[in-house]
Design a protein around this ligand. Structure first.
Ligand SMILES: [Zn+2]
Length: 79
């Protein structure tokens, strides 16, 4: 096995492990912190600096992960 082939095999294995871990994370914890309010459910207005409820997460501080959203969409589309 050449060094390049060994490197590609190692990178492929790493990619498979990272993908499997993300799938497991989406299965165990389908909701992550909202990227707009960082899980606090409150955002600061741009000019007045007053906090108000976050409209991106409907005031929960949680957002569905992209992987879980893709899984739900595929499950809805496929019979
Ligand atoms: Zn939010």
């Amino acid at each position: 096995m050449t060094p390049i082939a060994a490197l590609l095999a190692a990178l492929s294995l790493l990619l498979i492990v990272v993908t499997f871990c993300y799938i497991l994370l989406c299965w165990v914890r389908p909701f992550g912190a909202c990227p707009h309010c960082h899980g606090t459910a409150r955002t600061e207005s741009r000019f007045t600096r007053r906090t108000r409820p976050c409209r991106h997460c409907d005031h929960t501080g949680l957002r569905l992960r992209a992987g879980r959203r893709a899984y739900n969409t595929l499950r809805r589309l496929l019979p």
